[in-house]
Design a binder for this molecule. Structure first.
Ligand code: J2J
Length: 524
């Protein structure tokens, strides 16, 4: 394991190997099989397995020649594109873990990730929409590698060398880092090992019936766990299927692909599921038989039923980039998929549901969900203090989610205890956003909370105490945060100006009361 990562205890690791859960598979071996079959469709370009495999080999050799060494972290911010796949596989082969930033991230997030991981390189496209990735000035990384017009930087296309055998990385070691959507404060990094992610890919493909005949549409960003590996892009490639990459999940872009490419399965967050269901008949598109994995935020049963009525075969997921996965199976009764998140992806996962005192709740009662298993991390990267509170002393991850089990053992998410806003599946850490807002010269204190929203589940509200004499506006605050390089999906939807922010007995801002007051106000 890399410095800063917490390994599984040796006796557990041994058990997972004995049980055949960890098999010693390396993710760099993805693409080695299925030669002439089409692996990837990226706009007008089609890649066979053999072509992608060869590109990944040449790139791995080229990156090694550049000076990237096993164990080095590489910050990767690529939209859904062939480059995301061959860069990932090249880095897996090299044993230099990619750190997956999202395309929506901007300078504030990228700078944080570069610093937090000590990344030696940043690999990005020339532009993501209006955002010019080449213009970032990052202090740490030695190399900026650009897919597209490189400007003053290195061009990804030029990084190539004759393929040569590279020392194979340890399958128990870190393959890549994902960003946590569920932690408080600045985003934490989740180390995922070859062994643990291969298990996730294998199990998800088996459970969802993904094989060489499957066609997976990546409509969500593939750098996010849901579209990357459940089974998603990597799991479909591992199974020999075809992956179709969409830059955006908007019906205009993806609906033509559904029929042209014969898509069989995709992943969506709840607001998109509703949008697709609503728009399909208007555009004359038939969604019958399409498998949709939906998760990431609360799915209203009515929205699920409408999707099922439109012919969609729904699998409802509770997932975490941390490696916790439960889902309904395709042969479950449809009503189960509309109302529960099903059973564990890894049936041997250990879990507990506990009350505020740490005691297990009676069967069927809600409580906090704790998980330990062969895919679930044992510690966030380089965060020893935070890890003390995020895990139990015996290594269970405290998910921060409140759940109960139905009488048949199906999971039902009922709420959460962590201070995170879930805006239609996009996770926003209030503490991180408050930090940015409080740098504004006209703002004394800020408290960021989620307010209920009928389409997104929650929207972002910033309650602020201004400096005397100033009255900041929402538009001005959003402009200010954008100029600081904060990602657009984190910008407040609402602004409330208050005289004071009430505190709890322990001196923290009383967000529960604030939420109750502002929710009543906003629905009046
Ligand atoms: C309510 N909240 C949910 C659900 C996740 C598949 C699907 C989703 C994710 C994901 C993922 C929820 N109902 N059905 O990684 O592989 C909230 C919980 C959880 C947090 C994790 C996957 N499904 N959530 O959303 O790491 O609060 O992963 O802790 O982004 O999303 O977020 P993230």
């Amino acid at each position: 394991m890399l410095d800063g990562c917490v390994p599984w205890p040796p006796e557990l690791a041994e058990r997972y190997r004995e049980q055949g859960l960890w098999t010693g598979e390396r993710l760099g071996d993805l693409l080695r099989r299925h030669g002439d079959r089409v692996a990837l469709v990226d706009g007008p370009h089609r890649w066979t397995y053999a072509e992608l495999d060869a590109r990944a080999d040449r790139l791995a050799a080229g990156l090694a020649d550049l000076g990237i060494r096993p164990g080095d972290r590489v910050l990767v911010q690529l939209p859904n594109s062939a480059a995301l796949v061959y860069v990932s596989v090249a880095l897996f082969r090299l044993g230099a873990p990619p750190v997956y930033a999202l395309p929506a991230h901007r300078s504030a997030e990228i700078t944080h990730l570069a610093e937090a991981t000590g990344a030696v390189a940043y690999i990005a496209p020339d532009r993501i929409g209006p955002f010019d990735c080449r213009a970032l000035s990052l202090a740490g990384p030695h190399w900026t590698v650009i897919d597209g017009d490189p400007g003053p930087h290195l061009s990804l296309a030029d990084i190539t060398a004759a393929p040569r055998p590279l020392p194979p990385p340890d399958p128990g070691g870190v393959a890549f880092f994902l960003l946590s959507g569920g932690t408080t404060g600045l985003p934490k990094l989740i180390p995922r090992t070859h062994d643990d992610y291969a298990l996730q890919l294998r199990s998800a493909a088996a459970s969802m019936g993904v094989d060489e005949h499957s066609v997976y549409l990546a409509a969500l960003p593939a750098a996010h766990n849901a579209a990357l590996g459940c089974p998603g892009v990597l799991g479909t490639l591992r199974a020999g299927g075809k992956v179709v990459l969409a830059r955006t999940p908007s019906p205009d872009e993806v609906f033509p692909l559904l029929t042209e490419e014969g898509v069989t399965i995709t992943t969506l967050m709840p607001p998109l599921l509703s949008a697709w269901t609503e728009v399909a008949p208007l555009l004359g598109v038939d969604l019958t038989g399409l498998v949709v994995e939906v998760g990431g935020a609360v799915l209203q049963p009515e929205a699920a039923r409408r999707a099922q009525d439109a012919g969609i075969r729904l699998s409802h997921w509770f997932g975490m980039a941390e490696g916790v996965h439960w889902h309904t199976r395709l042969d479950d009764p449809p009503e189960l998929a509309a109302t529960t998140q099903g059973r564990p992806l890894i049936p041997t996962d250990d879990y507990r549901i506990i009350d505020e005192n740490g005691d297990e709740v009676p069967p069927g009662s809600p409580g906090e969900f704790l998980v330990s298993g062969p895919c679930t991390l044992r510690g966030y990267y380089d965060s020893p203090t935070y890890n003390e509170s995020a895990f139990t002393p015996d290594g269970y991850l405290r998910t921060g989610d409140l759940v109960r089990l139905d009488p048949h053992g199906n999971l039902v998410v009922t709420g959460r205890v962590k201070d995170v806003i879930n805006r239609g599946g996009e996770k926003i850490g209030p503490a991180e956003l408050e930090g940015h807002i409080e740098t504004h010269p006209d703002i004394r204190t800020a408290a960021v909370i989620g307010l209920p929203d009928s389409s997104l589940g929650e929207k972002i509200c910033a309650a602020i105490v201004p400096e005397p004499g100033s009255t900041p506006t929402l538009a001005a605050l959003r402009t200010y945060l954008t100029a600081r390089g904060v990602a657009t999906y984190k910008l407040p939807d609402h602004l409330r100006i208050v005289d004071t922010l009430a505190l709890t007995a322990t001196g923290k801002i009383d967000k529960r009361t604030l939420r109750a007051t502002l929710t009543t106000e906003s629905t009046r």
